[in-house]
Write a protein that binds this ligand. Sequence first.
Ligand SMILES: [Zn+2]
Length: 417
Amino acid sequence: MKTLTKYSIGLGDRFGHQGNAQLKAIIEASDKGIIITPVWNKSNREHNTIGTEPVDVRIEADSVTKNAGFKNPYFVDADHINLDTVDRFIYCSDFFTIDVASYIGKEAGEKEITEFLSGVEKYTGDLNIRGSNLSFKTTKSQIRQIAEKYLFATVKAGEIYRKIEKAKGRGNFITEVSMDETPLPQTPVELFFILKMLASENIPVQTIAPKFSGRFNKGVDYVGDPLLFVKEFESDLMIIDFAVKEFGLPENLKMSIHSGSDKFAIYPHIGSIIKKFDKGIHLKTAGTTWLEEVIGLAESGGEALDFVKEIYFESLEKIDELCAPYADVIDINVSLLPSKKAVSEWTHEKFADTLRHIPENPDYNPNMRQLIHVAYKLAALKMKDYFRLLEANEKTVSACVYENIYNRHICRLFGIK
Ligand SMILES: [Zn+2]
């Protein structure tokens, strides 16, 4: 049976050119004693925007690991799939992130709800999370509300899971269930009953991605109270632990954090909590490798700098169209975006420093960074030139990609000095 190891990282590589640099970061971590399983993830939305096929990610992952002589496991994640989009991912993926967000709130039938409620009656009143000092008060009506909100979504997850299982065979792939792309976070009590529902559907879920409090905007830091996050994260870990024993879920079930990359304010907290409780983690990062490509091209100067400036100018014109699909996961203050006139005068250094996520740098601008993050479609429209420039400036670009994954993500999360 395919099982995910304790630590894993989801890596996005929209244009399929940075697998080597990403893997180099994983290998460097392993030299420092932190063994991480790389998982290359790309969503249906990204494939559609760029015009790639899921098999392209498989080809990249296979070839970079082969070239590097990488002997540890690695996976290819069909990211955020549902019943409508899973088909084209099935044959080439071995990790599936079943996204149930759009099914949350749709009510299951009364018969199913009643059946579920009768199976969880013993958790009414005092819900004591064995093995921790957590306990919750629950009421009948509260549990009914949870069932009304989530039961249908978990039944759908079961349908999607079985579709994949039928094609690939049980145990031949990793299953994640995600519900992070929803307006409201799930509480620890909700998570407990959701895990019960997934167990009833007989889904061998190995990673679960809830939505946490605070904002996880793409490519920029966490917005919210890190200490509130810590409390929530710790409670969820205890819930998972208890649910594994109570409902017979896979022993290695662990938390998946769809970080949107760059959550520097909470990485050290996550790292110390998983160390304290000896837990695993799957940290999914977004396609910020693309941002590093833009930064690397800017640094390279000349034609490459002109190319990325042009991308920025076009993104200003098409801002509404580019931002619409990402409305829930970006926060751009348009009045703080530099003008075309200003940017056209910028040096390579100024452009790179504005985009690179180093908060101490006075030039860093999270608004421009988020806009460029969603502007990858514009490079996809000039793919031939874009790839030519990436290849001509490979050394500079891949150094940016490596530095970002290794120093800013892995080192911060795992406390590597
Ligand atoms: Zn997600």
